[in-house]
Design a protein around this ligand. Structure first.
Ligand code: SF4
Length: 447
């Protein structure tokens, strides 16, 4: 197993880590029952990486990002570092009960450590990507690193006062179009940026296409079992027609600046389950316009259906995966009628077609950066020649996720060392947080 440990940068990282140990300890933050977030004197910040609890390294911390949200974890006990006794579960003081604190990061930031909350078998928390926080010299710090920023995803561009009017006007032009009605719900209820872009008429626009999925992800964001916290979106319950798709797609591609049309959204199942409809839609779109980029966000489970979309005119694809190891992937995706082999096959079809391939890497500290996961990911990148990794913080209760996965085999590298390892082994790979138009991958567009 110890290949990676022999890698020069792994060791240099280790040596560096010692140098990167924090000069000034980061103080711990806890929350009270009233939700107050307080510094707890005598205790330092800890973070969690899978099943490991430890103090953060300097390279894992950033100042608290603008637009990050601060909150606390109910029914959980904070694990803090006491200068006398080391790691301690600190449940309460004489006067009150304490809870672990966390941040929810804005897009563009990659989480490096989970909040140090004692593991719990009790009710799982809602679907957020909980991130460790602390305080240093009075300033909040967060266990995250910045991947990139794009002003097109800045909050001030979305949920603006004129949005509702734009939605109503568009709906009045096509009152029967179920896709538009769904996007209106997603734009106003779920505040989905790509749904809003359809009504603003710009950039990356959403186009959901499938009410069904051939996977049952533990953290599915559109369908969750009754007994678990609700999914963050309600899955569409209709199969859009080619006409409904064209009615949304053509105006977006023909009239928007830098248009991307993305099939495969959080409010649907798996778009490849609607491959027959999407094939007809893509052929019809490209018969009318060559404008913009046709993108597919997918679990890559149906190679044959995917090949049909490539031949029809699909241009970019983003493959969602939590791991490049069959066991880890399948224990999370719980696939029905396909396996990780089909994901690799689809990525290779895209490589050979060729399409610009990105992976939407559902990232989780202590899993994604396990030694064996890093090795498998490096091999996946080499075999499939992907162009980019979109680093996505996996939004799920940490204990729910870890309980679903096989135990780790090797060491945990840390998220920054993992990122550096991929950069040194595959310098051609872009590290992104947002989707890009086809021109970007052909070196003709920077945004
Ligand atoms: S692939 Fe997507 S829609 Fe299907 S179960 Fe997973 S998260 Fe849900």
């Amino acid at each position: 197993m110890g290949r990676l440990q022999n890698e020069p940068h792994f060791h240099s990282k280790n040596k560096m880590k010692n140098n990167l140990l924090l000069k000034n300890p980061i103080q711990a933050l806890i929350a009270t029952e009233m939700g107050q977030i307080l510094e707890l004197p005598g205790f330092e910040m800890m973070g969690r990486s899978g099943d490991l609890y430890r103090k953060p390294f300097a390279e894992e911390l950033s100042p608290f990002p603008e637009n990050a949200l601060e909150n606390f974890l109910p029914n959980r006990v904070p694990m803090l570092w006491s200068s006398e006794k080391g790691p301690q579960p600190i449940e309460k003081s004489a006067r009150e009960t304490y809870f672990p604190t966390a941040a929810i990061l804005p897009v563009g930031y990659l989480r490096t450590l989970l909040p140090a909350a004692a593991p719990s078998k009790r009710n799982f928390l809602p679907q957020w990507a909980y991130t460790a926080i602390g305080i240093s010299n009075g300033e909040r710090v967060c266990a995250c690193i910045k991947i990139e920023s794009s002003d097109r995803w800045e909050n001030h561009y979305f949920n603006t006062p004129e949005l509702q009017l734009k939605i109503e006007k568009r709906l009045s032009q096509n009152p029967q179009n179920r896709v538009l009605k769904q996007l209106a719900l997603c734009a106003s209820e779920y505040h989905c940026n790509t749904a809003q872009n359809i009504f603003y008429g710009r950039w990356e626009g959403a186009l959901p296409a499938s009410p069904v999925c051939n996977a049952q992800c533990v953290g599915c964001i559109s369908l969750q079992p009754e007994e678990l916290p609700p999914s963050s979106h309600e899955r569409i319950n209709f199969a859009p027609t080619v006409e409904e798709i064209l009615n949304v797609a053509l105006p977006h591609l023909e009239e928007s600046p830098d248009p991307i049309l993305s099939f495969g959204q959080g409010c649907e199942g798996e778009p490849l389950m609607a491959a027959a409809t999407l094939e007809k839609a893509i052929l019809a779109i490209r018969a009318k316009t060559l404008q913009g980029t046709l993108n597919l966000n997918t679990n890559a489970s149906y190679p044959l259906g995917f090949l049909k979309l490539c031949k029809a005119g699909l241009e970019t694809v983003r493959i969602s995966m939590n791991s490049a190891i069959k066991e880890t992937y399948e224990s999370y995706y719980q696939p029905k009628g396909y396996g990780f082999e089909q994901v690799i096959e689809t990525a290779k079809i895209a490589r050979d077609h060729p399409l610009a391939v990105s992976i939407n890497l559902l990232t989780f500290p202590g899993v994604t950066d396990r030694e064996e996961e890093a090795e498998a990911l490096l091999k996946f990148i080499k075999d499939t020649q992907i162009a980019a990794i979109q680093w996505r913080n996996l939004a799920i209760d940490p204990d729910q996720y870890l309980q679903a996965l096989p135990p780790r085999k090797g060491q945990i590298l840390g998220i920054p060392p993992l990122l550096n390892l991929i950069k040194s082994e595959h310098p051609q790979v872009h590290h992104l947080s947002f989707s890009r138009p086809k021109e970007f991958f052909r070196g003709r567009a920077m945004m």
